[in-house]
Design a protein around this ligand. Structure first.
Ligand SMILES: [Zn+2]
Length: 402
């Protein structure tokens, strides 16, 4: 977050003097996000928004005293649907200092991203896709891009047509492009085992993105759709439920990331209620969890980089339920060490987003994005659900230390 300017800023700074950047965070056990097993006791010096120095803890050091609590990089949620300022604030309070938004309605995420960037709203740094490029673009997308009116009635197909949509999304300021390589799981009427865009269509999006210095994330449950997306050169497979051995081997070879969104696919993410659609989706979850867990286990064994995405919107409804801590617990349940799972939610997520040179781990020169938790998460991951201190770019955004 950047500093506010003008009259609003004066009011807020007066109201929240505690939010000013501390110079030192002292006496904290450091989990650096880079999968280091040790958690040494350290003091960390900040210079504005950056980490300036990390030293072994010194007795009686002056600063914000963490009293032996555990200091982690801020969480990076690599797959969200955060749309508005309220959701952004909620994510930040949960320790999410950076998030990627893969699909939103009416380009609200792009506007929210810009409000945060300019300091009008508190929230994680957002990178947003400005929609979801797929055969059925949907009315909210077309209301934002009325030039694609024909696709209200007709599916978007053909590499040239798909390319035109990708170019329009980039022109509106997207940071990443999202393509649909398979149908969705979260609607009773769609079949996640069915491929959506073809290899040639996805390849067209990858080419346009690459020319603009961007990359592509592929929504893919289906085996064939995921394979087409990996061959076409997407940077990440999102969900990946039915990934087969051939595609996993190809991902390993090409360095494709895997963002499995286990928690939202678990019964935890099920729609409540007993409507016919809710029940259909609850049953589907039961069928999908096992292949998804198997795919993640295999990917982990192959050394494919795996990152944490909640697929949540941090809103007020059911999709708000999942947090990075849930996904970390799911990864531990399939065989990750807690330290590896924390790395998936920090450093590996930063790598998927391409921002690991400035955040996602705790090292000198990086952004001062931190989460502090009470207990040792290497032994008790449940402590990750309730951060006691959150800093974003050196600014305290949540403080429950004392
Ligand atoms: Zn999603």
């Amino acid at each position: 977050m950047r500093r506010l300017s003008g009259v609003i800023a004066i009011g807020l700074w007066c109201a929240s003097a505690a939010a000013a950047a501390p110079e030192w965070l002292v006496n904290g056990h450091l989990i650096d996000g880079r999968n280091r097993a040790e958690a040494p006791l350290v003091d960390v010096r900040l210079e504005g928004a950056r980490i300036a120095e990390i030293r072994p803890a010194v007795a009686n050091a002056v600063g914000l005293d963490l009293r032996g609590a555990f200091l982690l990089p801020g969480f990076i949620d690599a797959h969200t649907h955060i749309e508005d300022p309220a959701a952004a604030r909620r994510a930040l309070q949960a320790g999410v200092t950076t998030a990627r938004v893969l699909g939103d309605a009416y380009l609200k995420a792009l506007a929210t991203r810009d409000l945060i960037r300019h300091g009008y709203v508190d929230g994680p740094e957002l990178l947003a896709s400005g929609g979801h490029i797929r055969p059925r673009l949907g009315e909210p997308f077309i209301l934002s891009f009325p030039q694609f009116g024909p696709y209200l009635e007709t599916p978007l197909t053909g590499a040239e047509n798909v390319r035109a949509v990708a170019e329009a999304v980039i022109a509106r300021g997207a940071d990443v492009l999202k393509v649909g390589a398979s149908e969705r799981a979260g609607l009773a009427a769609t079949d996640p085992r069915r491929q959506e865009l073809s290899f040639a269509e996805i390849r067209a999006v990858v080419e346009v993105a690459t020319q603009a210095g961007l990359y592509v994330a592929a929504h893919a449950h289906d085996r064939k759709g995921a394979n087409a997306a990996v061959r076409a050169g997407v940077r990440s497979i999102e969900h990946g439920t039915y990934l087969d051995d051939e595609t996993l081997a190809l991902m390993r070879q090409k360095g494709t990331f895997f963002v499995p969104t286990l928690a939202i696919m678990s019964p935890l993410g099920d729609p409540r209620g007993d409507s016919a659609d809710a029940i259909a989706l609850q049953l589907r979850t039961r069928a999908m969890m096992r292949p998804l867990r198997e795919a993640v286990k295999k990917a982990h064994a192959l050394g494919i980089p795996i990152a944490v995405g909640t697929d949540g919107d941090y809103g007020e409804g059911e999709s708000a339920r999942v947090r990075p801590a849930h996904e970390i617990e799911e990864l531990v349940a399939v065989g990750f060490t807690p330290t590896e799972a924390i790395s998936a939610a920090t450093y590996q997520s930063a790598r998927v987003l391409g921002i690991e040179a400035r955040t996602g781990s705790v090292a000198v020169g990086l952004e001062a994005d931190f989460v502090v938790v009470e207990r040792d998460p290497r032994h008790d991951t449940s402590t990750l659900y309730e951060p006691i201190l959150v800093l974003s770019n050196g600014r305290v955004v949540l403080n429950r230390l004392y």
